[in-house]
Design a protein around this ligand. Structure first.
Ligand code: ADP
Length: 447
């Protein structure tokens, strides 16, 4: 087991990882920018190292400074959290070259899944169902027209290097295809330095369903069931739940089994998430994230398993603490992402939190690094906390969520809490009847 882990992140996830390390009796080092000197994870860590000024590229993305912080403090492993360097293959390689363990998969696996064309090809080879589309990058119009006609309109043009919902264009008919191809490719080149794009069938009313997987480092793979993250705004998840209200036990076991086998065949090590669009009973792979996800606590709630403990165990060579047959699903969990944003316009609302009171009671978990008097710096993501609620079934979970949202107090800044108070009372949400476009339509109506 590791002696000392360096946490290369900030905010709620840095605290989340720190808690797991403390439970396992592992010393912690955190790195932080000058803007985060007063952050909760910095106060609670055994050691902290300031690695630079506020902009992420000078601090949380500064590989040299982070490696130097490992060497100075003698950390033997790095947990990257999510975002920042968590899916940076070069970072994983550099740590390996310095004999520091990256708590995550190999650089090669990160690289395969970071390139969407390569990821899709790999998924297909491993028997994972994919969205019908071009077999690789598409460059000329004639070929694009032929493929689009074959799979049928509407189609979506996606950037191979894409991420964060950027570099995607929909063509409803052949008339839109030329311009969609051109703009997607130009945007991808400008945003990612790689203008390769590919074509997929555009699914009209899918749900976003993702499977939590783990490779144990010894060639075995398991799945921890799915999460439904269909409630999104601008491709950003807002509300996540497990299990999905749309799946039955047979579908869950089928897709979970396919994913676990793929992970084993790939020889993957650590946590991963295989993301699908789901429509009319069919799953269509869209991408794989090679890290811990923001929404991992809903899976923890229904399985009772600490996924960060498992990540640390696997990275240290100790394998998983569970086999597939030990993973049981119990009840229902929902996570609300609480952002420091205006609940209507979603413009960021940094500033000082004058009062912060979190709900409690059975089935309630709040993961947050903020506190009364905390000043939210304007430089980073606006997520200030996550409310995760568990109940024996979805109805009980929703009842508890409504009560927890009423108790939650954040004063001094605007937050997205009022949006969740609206959603929890909505009939479609109560029925679990929503697709990936539901929230945007709802918000447009509310304006
Ligand atoms: P990113 O890495 O940029 O997040 P994804 O491939 O994960 O890109 O897609 C992000 C979102 O875009 C999906 O959750 C879905 O809302 C939409 N999307 C992607 N591919 C399709 C498709 N073939 N049909 C319909 N919507 C899609």
């Amino acid at each position: 087991m590791f002696q000392k882990i360096l946490i290369a992140n900030r905010g709620e996830i840095a605290l989340r990882v720190l808690r797991a390390c403390k439970e396992l009796g592992i010393q912690t080092v955190v790195v932080h920018s000058t803007a985060d000197a007063d952050a909760m994870h910095v106060r609670l860590a055994d050691e902290s190292v300031c690695i630079g000024p506020p902009p992420s590229r000078d601090s949380y993305l500064n590989i040299h400074q982070i490696v130097a912080a490992c060497e100075i403090t003698g950390a033997d492993a790095v947990h990257p959290g999510y975002g920042f360097l968590s899916e940076n293959a070069k970072f994983a390689d550099i740590l390996a070259a310095h004999n520091i363990t990256f708590i995550g998969p190999s650089g090669d696996h990160i690289r395969i899944m970071g390139d969407k064309i390569e990821a899709k090809r790999t998924a297909k080879r491993l028997g994972i169902p994919v969205v019908p589309g071009s077999d690789g990058a598409v460059t000329d119009q004639k070929e694009a027209r032929r493929i689009a006609a074959e799979i049928g309109y509407p189609v979506i043009i996606k950037a191979s290097a894409g991420g964060g919902g950027r570099g995607m264009k929909v063509a409803l008919t052949e008339d839109d295809l030329e311009i969609a191809l051109q703009t997607a490719s130009t945007e991808a080149g400008a945003a990612f330095g790689d203008d390769a794009v590919y074509i997929e069938k555009y699914l009209q009313k899918p749900r976003h369903i993702e499977v939590q997987v783990f490779g144990d480092g010894f060639g075995r793979g398991v799945h921890f069931g799915e999460r439904d993250c269909s409630l999104q705004r601008r491709h950003q998840k807002v509300w996540e739940e497990a299990p999905s209200p749309a799946l039955n036990a047979e579908e869950r076991a089928r897709i979970g089994g396919i994913c676990a086998k793929a992970i084993a065949d790939l020889g993957y090590s650590g946590a991963g998430t295989i993301e699908f669009l789901y429509e009319n009973g069919e799953f269509y792979f869209i991408e794989m994230n090679t890290r811990l996800q923001v929404e991992h606590p809903v899976t923890e709630a229904i399985t009772g398993i600490d996924l960060v403990h498992e990540q640390i165990r696997v990275a240290s060579g100790g394998g998983l603490s569970v086999r597939q047959e030990d993973i049981k699903f119990n009840g229902h969990a929902i996570e609300c992402r609480i952002n420091a944003e205006d609940p209507r316009t979603f413009t960021p609302s940094p500033g000082t939190i004058t009062h912060f009171h979190t709900p409690g009671g059975l089935g309630i978990r709040v993961d947050s690094g903020v506190y009364s008097g905390y000043k939210i710096p304007p430089y980073y993501d606006s997520l200030i906390g996550k409310l995760i609620v568990h109940g024996r079934n979805r109805v009980e979970c929703m009842m508890r969520l409504r009560r927890a949202l009423d108790e939650f107090v954040v004063d001094g800044i605007k937050t997205t809490l009022p949006l969740f108070r609206d959603l929890v009372g909505n009939a479609d949400i109560a029925n679990g009847d929503y697709d990936i476009h539901w929230l945007e339509k709802y918000l447009a109506k509310e304006e």
